[in-house]
Write a protein that binds this ligand. Structure first.
Ligand code: DGL
Length: 292
């Protein structure tokens, strides 16, 4: 039953059920970090579809197919709400996910609005996947907030792959990032929208290139707040009384999970094992069998 049909009915899900967070890969860990800080009483399940990342190189139907399959799997794990912590998946499939899944679904979008409100030079760089930048959803968002701002749109080819390899500071990565960021600096941008949840893990590398000349806009804290509002409005927020039972987040990956474990440990200080999970979907059934 779609969630809309449940809005007027009492929810059978308990507030102690987990919140699910999903991304094409490791990037959603930046959202998980913000959610853990904002909502420490919530149980969390994280699913990384790293076997099929980056989504930014996939076609729209593939992205929607995987988003729905993983969303359904997370619902089957007892999730009470889903955060699609992927700009690319949100831009292509959030409407279908909301229609299909019987729980609240929270999406993400590049922080165009806060950037346009705060930029002094009125020149704003936007780094996101090519799929996100060309999506109708992003185009509408940019149109709504452009005003007198000039947005420099830059697809971040190669950046998701680097983070998936846990490369956040190699000379090759810095050179690639420089080729994206320097033209923005040359155009007098003072703000950079990190329009992909993988990119906050590159903040130090970006600082190494741009120093303090660019304010970095990362929406993970705003997403955590939106999740909080949704949980409150549906009476699904975990109570502090449930906190003593809280365990560490459960992490799942569709590949061997090594990189997820490494990044969770090094960047979030989370030392947890990652479970491998096979989540079949219409489009992946036609691909070679799982290499893992
Ligand atoms: N973290 C995803 C996003 O926010 C990465 C997309 C991809 O896998 O290309 O867009």
């Amino acid at each position: 039953m779609p969630f809309d049909a449940l809005r007027s009915a009492p929810l059978a899900l308990g507030s102690s059920a987990p919140v699910a967070i999903f991304d094409s890969g490791l990037g959603g860990l930046s959202v998980l970090r913000a959610v853990r800080t904002a909502l420490p009483d919530e149980r969390l399940i994280y699913a990384a579809d790293s076997l099929y990342a980056p989504y930014g190189e996939r076609d729209d139907d593939f992205i929607a197919d995987r988003t729905l399959a993983i969303g359904e799997w997370l619902v089957s794990q007892g999730a009470k709400a889903l955060v699609v912590a992927c700009n690319t998946a949100t831009s292509q499939s959030i409407a279908q996910a909301r229609e299909r899944l019987p729980i609240p679904v929270i999406g993400v979008e590049p922080g165009i609005k806060p950037a346009s409100l705060t930029s002094q030079t009125r020149v704003v760089g936007v780094l996101a996947t090519a799929v996100t930048l060309r999506s109708a959803r992003f185009q509408a968002l940019a149109e709504r907030h452009t005003g007198d701002c000039r947005f420099i749109l830059q697809p971040g080819h190669g950046l998701v792959q680097a983070v998936e390899r846990c490369d956040t500071d190699s000379p090759e990565l810095i050179a690639l990032l420089r080729s994206y960021v320097q033209p923005m600096l040359d155009a007098n941008a003072d703000t950079l929208v990190l329009g992909c949840t993988h990119y906050p893990f590159l903040d130090r590398a970006i600082r190494a290139i741009a120093g303090d000349r660019l304010a970095l806009i990362d929406t993970s804290v705003a997403i955590a707040r939106q999740l909080e509002r949704q949980l409150d409005s549906f009476g699904l927020r975990a109570t502090p009384a449930q906190a003593p039972d809280i365990e560490l987040p459960r992490l799942y990956s569709t590949n061997d999970g090594q990189a997820l474990r490494q990044l969770a440990a090094s960047l979030l200080g989370l030392d947890v094992t990652v479970e491998h999970v096979v989540i079949p979907s219409r489009r992946t059934r036609t691909l070679e069998s799982d290499p893992v």
